[in-house]
Design a protein around this ligand. Sequence first.
Ligand code: HEM
Length: 488
Amino acid sequence: MSLNYWLVPGGFAWRNYHYYYNNNNTNHHEKQTTKLIGPKGWPILGTLPHMGSLAHTKLANMATSLNAKRLMALSLGATPVIISSHPESAKEILCGPCFSDRPIKESAKILMFERAIGFAPSGTYWRHLRRIASSHMFSPRRIQGLESLRQNVADNMLMRVFKEMEEKGVVEVRGILQEGSLSNILESVFGTNGCLSEYQSGELGNMVKEGYELISKLNLEDYFPLKFMDFHGVKRRCHKLAARVTNLVGQIVEERKRNGDFVGKNDFLSTLLSLPKEERLGDSDMVAVLWEMIFRGTDTVAILLEWIMARMVLHQEIQMKACQEIETCIDQNGHLQDSDIPNLPYLQAIVKEVLRLHPPGPLLSWARLANQDTHVDKVLVPVGTTAMVNMWAISHDSTIWEDPWAFKPERFMKEDVSIMGSDLRLAPFGAGRRVCPGRMLGLTTVHLWLGRFLHHFTWLPAQRVSLSECLKLSLEMKTPLRCVVVGR
Ligand code: HEM
């Protein structure tokens, strides 16, 4: 008897679904026609033991073997979850009206992300934040205005690559990319020309690192209602970090206000302080939003570029072809510029192909939450269910992509697939109302830096390149890339 209670499709968290279904399905005009499918998982833990560093591949295999690509139910502890590995049901989740909230992890809440764009419930406050960010942080005009910053950071990174090669005979790109990406986002948020002291920049870098580590930790209480517990001391560390962030970022905001030198400047903090009174954010909300930008903008770009460079090192013929394209586009001593990118379709195709094979957010990182009873793929999904999209599974599906494991940028020269969220076969930035607002800024940065890296050096392997993956908050290379460069 008791085993029957646990062993329902989807596992423990779906144990009352049958009764729920009988009582609620009749209220909907669109009735359920398909059955819930999913692994039974472990008692109490459900599928949690599979959610480690290769969760995306394990969930993809599970969905295939259970014939549940369109929709699979599972339990993460006591949390009922649905996961889509198919473009059609993914679209229903990401673009439908019922999944515009996110379930919030305790660590993210303590780290103030609930008052920032990523986790704010989808009401007036969230809309206000998105509007402010899209006009003052991510507008095409502002992205264009930041080109000289991106160029300076690229110059510095190239210099460091050269130095490291000279001194050590080998270049480990991860540290260089992370520092470049951090200083790029810090200067676009707080301003250029020494707006931050070296100490402040260093501290912010450390805080981003620590925040990543804490949010990536599997915290059991996120999946069980055990609010009073603090397994592994994660909560305590989050509180400490939040206090450090509030202190440091709060101090920077205060200083800027006191000096009053924000009028007419185009860094994000200055524009936030210059908003008309009725639109202005309170101090603690401003800190949360600034912190979110730094936190989100740093690693995503660095991780994506490391994957791209790994592919360039591994596929020399593709690297050469990309270089030829760049060389026909600009003169020999010229610098690659943003305005050259539209004339470099092969370079863009390389970036798309890496986003397909190594999406930084394979499970789209931040899940969605059903804010009312709804149907996905004609299955009744109760309010409070967590919904995920396995973009990695979709972008490796051989019924969707020809030769899906092969690295072939050429596929995007034949067919122009949009990666901005309109085509769910490849939506590495998500889709719908909560699509990544930083996607244009991220892509512009990645295109320019990749182009400049390839134009400056030939990149060769220093040792065998391992494409092993490790899913933390983002999907990272397990073994950092080490290469050798030769000047062009
Ligand atoms: C290569 C780079 C990036 C990738 C692959 C990426 C990916 C994603 C994904 C998958 C989501 C969830 C979308 C959804 O639920 O449909 C997201 C959300 C978000 N991203 Fe990005 N992102 C990148 C760069 C950035 C940058 C540079 C920033 C900011 C500086 C940023 C800020 C955000 C924010 C604030 C959200 C939350 C949006 C909301 O909930 O309304 N991202 N991103």
